[in-house]
Structure formats: structure tokens, C-alpha cells
Ligand binder design. Structure first.
Ligand code: ATP
Ligand code: MG
Length: 168
């Protein structure tokens, strides 16, 4: 089984990591799709697709299974989106998602969809982690250590703070 998991990963955090390690037990190969790949330098989408590739491959370097990390740009046409995803990814047999629109679109395309349960969602959410960075609270415990290193390497903390400042 080759399984697909899609997220924006702004940033990749321990909730994504937990779910992907669960999926890896049920799949032979993993495809991670990076959604809204064209976005970066926005408060809700601070990191580029390439930076997110680095976070994900770093965090999953010890997964002993083939891993494909594929950026997926938005096409803003939901009815064509599954075809777009299939054009960009290796062939897959199953998708894992908790997003109702993603579930609906893949279901209508006749593709098997499984929905992983949320894991510690009170703290493990991209929005909350970005908020902690902006307000100078501890955030490093909520992402895998390789993600902390990538964010440091690209000076991501100053970027997120700058993106959240207004121009006075
Ligand atoms: P944001 O707050 O920026 O939307 P997010 O934490 O929801 O970030 P996404 O990249 O939007 O992360 O989500 C990708 C996928 O990961 C979605 O299907 C989402 O339901 C799932 N996910 C997010 N957080 C968790 C979590 N704590 N446990 C399990 N799945 C999660
Ligand atoms: Mg989300």
C-alpha cells in the first residue's frame, strides 16, 4: 500500500508526526503532499514549500520506508483538485485526512479515505504554534527537533514576528 497524507505543515508539528508514524504502520510507502505550496511569507503561511520539505524530510529521516514529499499548489477549483493531486504524486491506493473537503473530494473520486483521530489538538495545531512564536512563548517542545533546527537555520522566528507586525 502506498498512502497519501496532505497538510499545509506551517510548521510540521508533533500532531502530524504522530499521525504519520501511525500511518506508516499500515502502509509500505508514504507520500506527503504539501498543500498551498505556492504560499509563503504570510502570517498563516510563513514557510516556503522548500522549507517545509526540509522540515518533513528531516523529521522523518529514520522512517525505514520510501517517502515522497511533494509540493502541491492550490488550483482554486475544487472539482479538479483530486486530478491535480494525482498528476503530481506517485500513484497511491489510499488517502488519510481529517479535512472534510478533502475527504469529500477523494470519496467522490472513488478513492479510499481514512480519518486519523486528532492527537493532543489543544496544543498541537499550526495556528497555536505560530501564535506561541509571535508571543514569545515556548514552542520548541511541540515540533520534532529537526523542525526546530530548520526554523533556526532560516531565521524563521524573526520572519514570523515580522509578518505579524503592522506598518504602524
Ligand atoms: P493550521 O492551524 O495552520 O491549520 P494544522 O495544525 O491544522 O495547522 P494542517 O497543515 O492544517 O495543520 O493539517 C494537516 C492535517 O493534519 C489535517 O488533516 C489536520 O487535521 C491534521 N492535524 C493537524 N493537527 C493534528 C493533530 N494534533 N493530531 C492529528 N492530526 C492533526
Ligand atoms: Mg489546519
Amino acid at each position: 500500500i502506498r498512502a497519501l497524507y496532505i497538510g499545509r505543515f506551517q510548521p510540521y508539528h508533533n500532531g502530524h508526526h504522530y499521525v504519520i508514524n501511525q500511518i506508516a504502520k499500515e502502509a509500505d510507502e508514504l507520500i506527503i503532499g504539501i498543500g498551498s505550496a505556492q504560499m509563503s511569507h504570510e502570517p498563516a503561511d510563513p514557510f516556503t514549500a522548500g522549507e517545509r520539505v526540509l522540515m518533513i524530510t528531516g523529521a522523518l529521516q529514520d522512517l525505514h520506508k520510501p517517502l515522497y514529499v511533494i509540493p502541491l499548489e492550490d488550483i482554486n477549483r475544487n472539482v479538479l483538485w483530486v486530478s491535480h493531486v494525482r498528476a503530481m504524486t506517485p500513484p497511491f491506493h489510499r488517502i488519510y485526512s481529517g479535512n472534510p473537503l478533502v475527504i469529500r473530494l477523494f470519496h467522490e473520486a472513488g478513492i479510499e479515505v481514512l480519518s486519523p483521530a486528532m492527537y493532543e489538538r489543544a496544543t498541537l495545531s499550526g495556528t497555536k504554534i505560530r501564535g506561541r512564536i509571535v508571543s514569545n512563548e515556548l514552542w520548541e517542545d511541540y515540533v520534532p527537533p529537526p523542525v526546530v533546527r530548520v526554523i533556526q537555520e532560516i531565521d524563521g522566528i524573526s520572519r514570523i514576528r515580522a509578518l505579524n507586525q503592522d506598518d504602524g
